[in-house]
Design a protein around this ligand. Structure first.
Ligand code: PMP
Length: 425
């Protein structure tokens, strides 16, 4: 811990003048929060806004009803009566907690049924469910590779993957975003060793899709295992929302380890790996975040199972979502906003500075749009953004309403004239 303290911190002070006081520690933490306090003091308090209630695509914030355009519930399944009912029924059967960890007394029938459902959904032999998506990546990567092995990831991989790679004690290499030449050079250099390549299917801050067919081919050529994080692709890409394999029409064995969360399109919480039987059996006995952590509560299991059932049944949801996404993205671009290419439900709207991003967020919030700003280190320093999302519970009229707010903002910013927003097909 102390080695991570910045120069001039409590640790340095301690080195010069004896044991540290509690105030030294608190001062250090407070110092780290300067940036947040600065935002807040300037009237831009957009982080961790408490939400009172949600209905469809609207949320209650204090005494205001706002259109939610920052939700991960991409298919709009959150608070659906049948999902809530499934959670309630699971509580009636199993109660609100588990009897402990999965390997001891904490496995319910429902856990195994959910794992079978996930395996079937992803055309895998079997699956393992963890209590959080973050833990799924951390624990899985650290179990699959170790000292003497190599793990290679895209530089924009999610923090949970990065932490898992660091925690694993394997040699950890990153390649520039989607740069296949750089990936190939790293694979070539370490050919003959055990290598795990990890990429996100959809990058969470950009919304773009990994060039998976080429990555699969490189992994095959150089004898590497491939793990793909489907957190933001499940329910969204592929004709019926089956994720990146369906999107590229890849064979079932193209991805060795499919990772996903139960906290986005699946309106629950938790994470999973779907893979060959040997890998799942191995993880169940070796992934520390699985072995030493309480099992996923029944309500979460019940809700997740119902969501998979809905995705199978309501095949139109993913297509509807993508149509709304196109309506939103095209409208924003017509208004002069910088929106990078996105193939998912994530819509980044780039602003030149953090201050302009904050002001734009404030304008949207004041006009009933719940959006969030994202800054460095989550995104590059020179690319601050509003990171909006589109969900299937929105209507075309909702998207038009959102675009009207962005239109008024564009005019206020002097970035476009009275451009007519023509959004519907
Ligand atoms: N992977 C990715 C790509 C994510 O974006 C996230 C969280 N947003 C996670 C993993 C962690 O999932 P969870 O929030 O379900 O713990």
């Amino acid at each position: 811990f102390l080695s991570r303290c910045a120069p001039g911190s409590a640790a340095d002070a301690g080195a010069n003048r004896g044991p540290l006081s509690q105030e030294d520690y608190l001062g250090f933490y407070k110092d780290k929060l300067k940036r947040f306090h600065h935002f807040r003091e300037a009237g831009h308090d957009y982080f961790g806004t408490p939400i009172g209630h949600q209905q469809g695509s609207y949320v209650q914030v204090g005494d205001r009803k706002m259109l939610m355009m920052a939700s991960y519930s991409y298919l709009g399944l959150i608070n659906r009566p049948e999902v809530n009912q499934a959670a309630e029924e699971a509580i009636q059967s199993y109660g609100t907690g588990a009897h402990g960890v999965r390997l001891l007394a904490g496995t319910f029938d429902a856990h195994r049924e959910l794992e079978k459902e996930i395996a079937d959904f992803f055309h895998a032999d079997d699956a393992i469910v963890y209590s959080s998506g973050f833990m799924t990546n951390m624990a899985t990567v650290a179990a699959l590779v170790g000292k003497g092995d190599v793990v290679i990831g895209d530089e924009l991989n999610h923090a949970s993957i990065v932490d898992g790679c660091q925690f694993s004690a394997a040699t950890f290499l990153m390649f520039p975003h989607n740069n296949l030449q750089a990936l190939e050079a790293q694979l070539k250099e370490h050919s003959g060793k055990r290598i795990l390549v990890i990429v996100d299917a959809v990058y969470s801050m950009e919304g773009d899709v990994a060039p998976l067919p080429e990555i699969v081919q490189l992994c095959r050529q150089y004898g590497a295992m491939l793990m793909v994080d489907e957190a933001h692709s499940l329910g969204v890409i592929g004709e019926y929302g089956r994720g990146i394999q369906e999107y590229f029409n890849l064979p079932d064995d193209a991805i060795d380890i499919k990772m996903g969360t139960l906290s986005k399109s699946i309106a629950s919480c938790g994470g999973f790996i779907a893979a060959r039987q040997e890998i799942i059996d191995y993880l169940k006995c070796n992934a520390r975040g699985f072995i030493f952590s309480a099992s996923l509560p029944a309500a979460q299991v019940g809700a997740a199972r119902k969501c998979f059932e809905i995705i199978r049944r309501e095949k139109h949801l993913a297509g509807h979502l993508r149509k709304l996404r196109d309506q939103f993205v095209n409208g924003l671009r017509q208004l002069g906003y910088e929106v990078p290419p996105t193939e998912s439900a994530v819509v980044p709207i780039i602003f030149p500075t953090e201050q302009e991003t904050l002001e734009a967020t404030g304008y949207c919030r004041d006009n009933g749009l719940f959006v969030v700003p994202v800054f460095y280190p989550a995104v590059p320093m020179d690319k601050p953004r509003i990171r909006a999302t589109v969900t299937a519970s929105l209507t075309e009229d909702d998207v038009d309403a959102a675009l009207s707010v962005f239109q008024a903002l564009a005019i206020a910013r002097g970035q476009s004239g009275e451009k007519k927003v023509t959004t519907k097909d």
